[in-house]
Every structure is written in structure tokens, then in C-alpha cells.
Design a binder for this molecule. Structure first.
Ligand code: FES
Length: 102
């Protein structure tokens, strides 16, 4: 399913919240790659797309209480979140970002 245009993620570390098939999905650009993950922190369901992406560690930090997740695997890297978030396969084609939710 098409999720965004690549131009919606113009620079390294850019993060964007969107909806794919009724599901909240966050997209982030790191090291020329686009990653897709659930736009819900597993701690208290806060949108991760308003958080900050660290391109060096490839993590997103939740704005509410500071939990962090590896956006490649969804695994939490910093409390207070202990449960992983979903991550999704991404394909970039003709400057369009496609996400597979399954
Ligand atoms: S809601 Fe994300 S750390 Fe609490």
C-alpha cells in the first residue's frame, strides 16, 4: 500500500506519521533507507511520529516519557517501554514509499 512520497521525508532523520489501511504508521528516513513502524508507543500509546529519530543509533524516542525503540527491529532500547512495536517492510519505487502491513 502506498504510504507517502519520498519527498515527504526530505532529510536524514525525518519522521512522518501517516495512516495505512486504517493503521497508524510512522515512516523515518535513516542513512538513505526508509523504515516503517507502528505509530504507537507500546508504553502508553503515544504517537512516535512526534518523537525524535536518532540516525546514529537508528532509534526513535517517544516524546512522552522517553522510551526508545530500534526502528529496524521494533525492540525497546530504553525504558519505560518493555514491549516491542511492530515494524513493517518498506519498498521505495519511483520516489513513492510502499509499506506492507502483513
Ligand atoms: S508513552 Fe511513550 S514512553 Fe510513555
Amino acid at each position: 500500500m502506498k504510504a507517502a512520497a519520498l519527498s515527504d521525508l526530505p532529510e536524514e532523520g525525518a519522521v512522518l506519521g501517516t495512516e495505512v489501511e486504517g493503521r497508524r504508521v510512522a515512516l523515518a528516513r535513516v542513512d538513505g533507507e526508509v523504515y516503517a513502524f507502528a505509530d504507537n508507543c507500546s508504553h502508553r500509546d503515544f504517537p512516535l511520529s512526534v518523537g525524535e529519530v536518532d540516525p546514529v543509533s537508528c532509534t526513535v524516542t517517544c516524546e512522552w516519557h522517553g522510551a526508545a525503540f530500534d526502528i529496524r527491529t521494533g525492540e525497546p532500547t530504553c525504558p519505560p517501554a518493555f514491549r516491542p512495536i511492530a515494524v513493517y517492510a518498506v519498498k521505495v519505487e519511483d520516489s513513492e514509499v510502499w509499506v506492507e502491513l502483513a
